[in-house]
Write a protein that binds this ligand. Structure first.
Ligand code: GUN
Length: 653
């Protein structure tokens, strides 16, 4: 895994000869009818992998003998990764598959495929639950002999279970016990043909967390591009598409937003290489074969570019924005997306970095998507205040320091029992976290800055200020003087005491320390009591120093996060801050400041959150370094390759 956003991830799948970048699409090639030549898929379109059917090859004598003699790569004239299916699907469609369980796996191995598939039992939506249960049981029963027959060739271990969540979970748990290389989620084609997308989401949710995180997940037979974003966000790594060719046969064009009939178009609403120089009328006028080929090429291009869009969205931290956008293209997909928002797995939220680098566009569903849920969860568990009065400021986007920093200082001087909150479309934000992403990066029209309902406000205040007695609502638009008058009329004239700016800054840092580092109030207080600050030209805290002058940490301007120094990390060691324990082999590397690799962590203390700080200790409990986690504790338990903790600094030799 190289980059991630929650469960969405960019990965590298190592086969014996290739490294496949995921998420990735495998075009389906029928060895008998090649709509687009495999060589062209590789050279012209850059597909790194394809899928074909070993059962079809096995059944046709000519194909079979050439494949056994020259290998499947020569048979198809394709140098990339070749995955083969096993005949399960043919059995589902035609019901006459007579190949043996071990025989079909051995055959795939013998013709040199990169990823083979065992002969699983297809569970359909219209089978009884008992029948599906039997399909799950029989598939698991075949796993061991199939793995043995593969003799080291990477093998697909499909998850079955029909539309029954409990059977899907059972299937995933059972199949995970065996040494499969990839886990396809199978038996979903009949659902997708009828756009039963909510059930697809339910199925993925029922099995995803039970599939070992180091194994790629393939959505078998999912080739419609508008489904890619939601599947990728749920942790899917591989897709295959026969749709590009099947749809082309009846003049249907795939688009990122759905399917369009060629005959309904007066002009093309999209530009692809295949359509260059054409009009719908000119394509209509082509002979059947030529038209089918042209549309298949178009469909392939659209499918590939939608997956590229998903990969880029993972890098940009915008996969949920893409999920939301695509959800509005189709009523069934919208239903599925809303279902997902309502049933967001806790594990997906805790795998999500709450920080975002750039702008976050608001939409109706912003507070229900994982980065927001993760941020809100942190806020509600870390925020501590004994304030009796709440002053709610509405009316403008952040960062708010320039807009109301002076007012907040005046409030602190005159009303010591009051706490200032900012009204945001994600709920109330304590002023002390005013520059923290995603709140500070929210973009949208002015109206979103005073859009909370009375119930929302009451809920948030209750969660953050158990004993609030009075609230005052003001707007940035009023100006400082008028707002002070409003506060005075609600809370009385207040007192007149000296409050140094540094005290406000100290509260801000203490709140951030708890928010980002998972520590409790006494710990955050102790860390920064009597601290001093170095300020930037714009009067923001740049560095936090302990009373003895040691540099402890620095707030980041970019996203409002905190960067610990070695000394800051050392002083937090032994608190609730997430910490990994590494084995002896890793110690000298961590001490030197080298990254902690998967496979060297023996224990995780606290909850690791991708993108947030964590400490490293050795087996004796000695602090040896600190960095940023790239993974969750569940991933630590199964990954054997790649960077687990990006180290910022080690304690040296
Ligand atoms: N192709 C589409 N769905 C399936 C499935 O469930 N199993 C196998 N082996 N191939 C498929």
């Amino acid at each position: 895994m190289t980059e991630r956003d929650g469960w969405a991830r960019l990965g590298k799948l190592h086969t014996s000869t290739h490294v496949l970048n995921t998420p990735c699409l495998l075009p389906v090639i029928n060895p008998n009818i090649r709509t687009v030549e495999p060589r062209e898929l590789w050279e012209r379109y850059g597909f790194e992998a394809l899928i074909t059917n070993s059962y079809v090859i096995w059944k046709h004598d000519k194909l079979k003998s050439k494949a056994l003699e020259d290998g499947v790569h020569a048979l198809l004239d394709y140098p990339g990764v070749i995955m083969t299916d096993s005949g399960t699907f043919q059995n589902y469609v035609y019901g006459d598959v007579e190949v043996g369980i071990e025989e079909i796996v051995s055959f795939q191995r013998d013709i040199g495929v990169d990823i083979a598939t065992m002969l699983d039992v297809f569970g359909t939506p219209d089978m009884t639950k008992e029948e599906v249960k039997e399909a799950v049981r029989e598939t698991i029963a075949r796993a061991g002999v199939s793995i043995d027959a593969a003799e080291g060739t990477l093998l697909n271990g499909p998850i079955q279970g029909g539309v029954h969540a409990d059977l899907r979970t059972q299937s995933a748990v059972g199949m995970a016990e065996y040494g499969f290389g990839v886990h396809p989620i199978g038996g979903i084609v009949p659902l997708m043909e009828r756009q039963r997308y909510r059930e697809l989401v339910e199925i993925i949710l029922a099995c995803r967390e039970h599939i070992p995180w180091n194994r790629p997940v393939h959505i078998f037979g999912c080739g419609h591009p508008h489904l890619f974003p939601i599947c990728v966000a749920l942790g899917a790594d591989l897709f295959d598409s026969a749709a590009y060719a099947l749809f082309a046969r009846d003049d249907r064009m795939l688009m990122p937003w759905g399917t369009v009939k060629l005959g309904d178009l007066a002009e093309f609403p999209i530009a692809t290489e295949a359509l260059a120089g054409q009009t719908p009328a000119s394509v209509m006028a082509l002979a059947d074969d030529a038209r089918c080929e042209l549309l298949a090429r178009h469909n392939l291009e659209v499918t590939a570019s939608e997956l590229a869009r998903c990969r880029q969205a993972i890098r940009d931290g915008t996969i949920w924005k893409l999920v939301e956008e695509r959800s509005h293209t189709n009523a069934a997909l919208r239903e599925a997306t809303e279902y997902l928002y309502e049933h967001m797995p806790a594990g997906l939220v805790s795998a999500t970095n709450p920080l975002r680098d750039g702008g976050v566009r608001t939409s109706q569903d912003l507070p229900t998507t994982p980065p927001s849920v993760a941020a809100l969860g942190r806020l509600l568990t870390s925020y501590v205040s004994g304030a009796k009065q709440a002053i709610l400021v509405s009316g403008a986007s952040g960062p708010w320091r320039d807009k109301i920093g002076g007012l907040v200082h005046t409030i602190a001087r005159r009303w010591p029992d009051a706490e200032v909150f900012i009204e945001t479309p994600m709920g109330l934000l304590p002023y002390s976290l005013e520059d923290v992403s995603p709140w500070t990066h929210l973009m949208g029209p002015k109206s979103i800055w005073s859009s909370l309902s009375e119930e929302d406000i009451e809920f948030d205040l209750e969660a953050m200020l158990a004993g609030v007695e009075k609230t005052v609502r003001i707007s940035i638009d009023n100006g400082k003087q008028m707002n002070l008058e409003l506060i005075e009329s609600a809370l009385g004239s207040g007192v007149n005491r000296e409050v140094e700016r540094v005290e406000l800054d100290r509260k801000m840092i203490a709140d951030k320390v708890r928010y980002f580092l998972d520590v409790d109030e006494p710990t955050s207080e102790e860390l920064i009591s009597n601290s001093t600050f170095v300020y930037s030209k714009t009067h923001r805290v740049r560095n936090v120093h302990a009373s003895d002058g040691e540099h402890l940490l620095s707030p980041r301007m970019r996203d409002g996060g905190l960067s610990l120094t070695l000394e800051g990390a050392r002083r937090l060691h032994g608190t609730a801050i997430p910490t990994v324990v590494v084995n002896e082999d890793s110690v000298p590397f961590t001490r030197k400041g080298r990254n902690v690799m998967h496979g060297f962590i023996v224990e995780v203390k606290g909850e690791l959150t991708p993108g947030l700080p964590c400490l490293v200790e050795d087996l004796n409990g000695e602090f040896i370094g600190h960095g940023v986690s790239l993974c969750t504790a569940d991933e630590v338990a199964c990954f054997t390759k790649g960077i687990a903790i990006k180290i910022r600094d080690g304690i040296g030799d």
